[in-house]
Design a protein around this ligand. Structure first.
Ligand code: BTN
Length: 321
């Protein structure tokens, strides 16, 4: 043990004291006679320093995760990130919460954010895009998340339900809420991402039964061990970071290639859908994505409509008027 302490630049007592701190934080560390210590389990907790360490590239942080904060509980991580944005925080802040008491979804819905079951986090971004180009964040976020999920769930296909829900095995696993604002600190976007990671079927509230899933359920259910949430978080952030620079590129591998990939992942294309408009709902076939990421729907009279927001649901063709 004294050799190990020397290597770490500590006295044996200091080494033991640090091991005790880690054990207190939930790390399972065994003493292996004549060899040293062995870490046999990590706590199911998000730890900002661990996340930053896992994410740094040669010591440099990712552009979108320059600073990471983890709260045990908060109302909504989107609100925390927006407050910090207004106080002048630069781009690249990520706010996680183990539990949200007022997690919200799109269209004013509630987002169920049970403690330690998923990843509830928000990114503060200040993209160098014209305000009109900010809608690109929708495609970017969905695609980065879909790629990240496939990395941690080999063999699974992550589909995108336009605009930016991510589905596994036909059920929603991830919801994304993007809010943008401008104030004296400049323009900013808060990209809130909710990922159901380790819920079992019984963990979902009744109203979500049959519609929501988690990564663990998609990977095989209760038979498979819970996933390491830090590993999932870092995979998603890494993919989002890789794609971030392509948002303002027009040529080659630029934004148009993100749209093309999002289109191949779409679970709406070719489907008869209902679009809930501000006045009345209308129907059509979801035909494809436009270069800006909006959805093109072909109505029964042959006209094409470009949808840039709102709620799209798969409808029953037999029941059309
Ligand atoms: C939706 O599908 O309607 C979007 C859900 C977005 C949920 C996330 S969880 C982290 C962030 N904080 C919130 O209050 N909402 C987003």
């Amino acid at each position: 043990m004294s050799e190990l302490a020397t290597q770490a630049g500590l006295t044996p007592d200091e080494l033991e004291a640090r091991i005790a701190i880690l054990r207190g934080a939930g790390y399972e560390i065994e003493l292996v006679p004549h060899l040293g210590y062995r870490m046999s389990g990590v706590p199911d907790r998000l730890i900002a320093d661990d996340l930053s360490g896992l994410l740094s590239r040669n010591g440099a942080p990712l552009k979108i995760a320059r600073e990471i904060l983890v709260f045990e509980e908060t109302g909504s991580t989107n609100d925390v990130a927006a407050r910090l944005a207004r106080a002048g925080t630069p781009e690249g802040l990520v706010v996680f919460a183990e539990r949200q008491t007022a997690g919200r979804g799109r269209l004013g819905r509630r987002w169920d954010s049970a403690a330690r079951k998923g990843l509830w986090f928000s990114l503060l971004l200040r993209p160098a895009l014209s305000m009109a180009g900010w809608s690109r964040l929708t495609t970017w976020a969905a695609l980065g998340v879909a790629r990240g999920l496939e990395e941690v769930l080999p063999g699974c296909r992550a589909a995108i339900k336009w605009p930016n829900d991510v589905y596994l095995s036909g059920r929603k696993a991830v919801g994304i809420l993007i809010e943008s604002a401008a104030d004296s600190s400049g323009n900013f976007a808060i990209v809130g991402i909710g990922v159901n990671v380790n819920q079992t079927a019984a963990d979902f509230p009744e109203e979500l039964a049959g519609r929501a899933t988690s990564l663990r359920l998609a990977a095989g259910g209760e038979e498979v061990p819970p996933l390491d949430r830090q590993e999932v978080a870092t995979a998603l952030l890494r993919h989002l970071d890789t794609l971030y620079d392509r948002l303002d590129e027009e040529e080659g591998d630029g934004f148009s290639s993100l749209v093309a990939e999002a289109e191949t992942r779409s679970c709406l294309l070719g489907q008869w859908v209902e679009i809930a408009g501000p006045a009345e709902a209308f129907h059509g076939i979801a035909e494809g994505l436009e270069p800006d990421g909006s959805l093109r729907v072909r109505r029964e009279d042959g006209t094409a409509v470009r949808i840039s927001g709102g709620e799209v649901t798969v409808a029953n063709w037999q029941n059309r008027a």
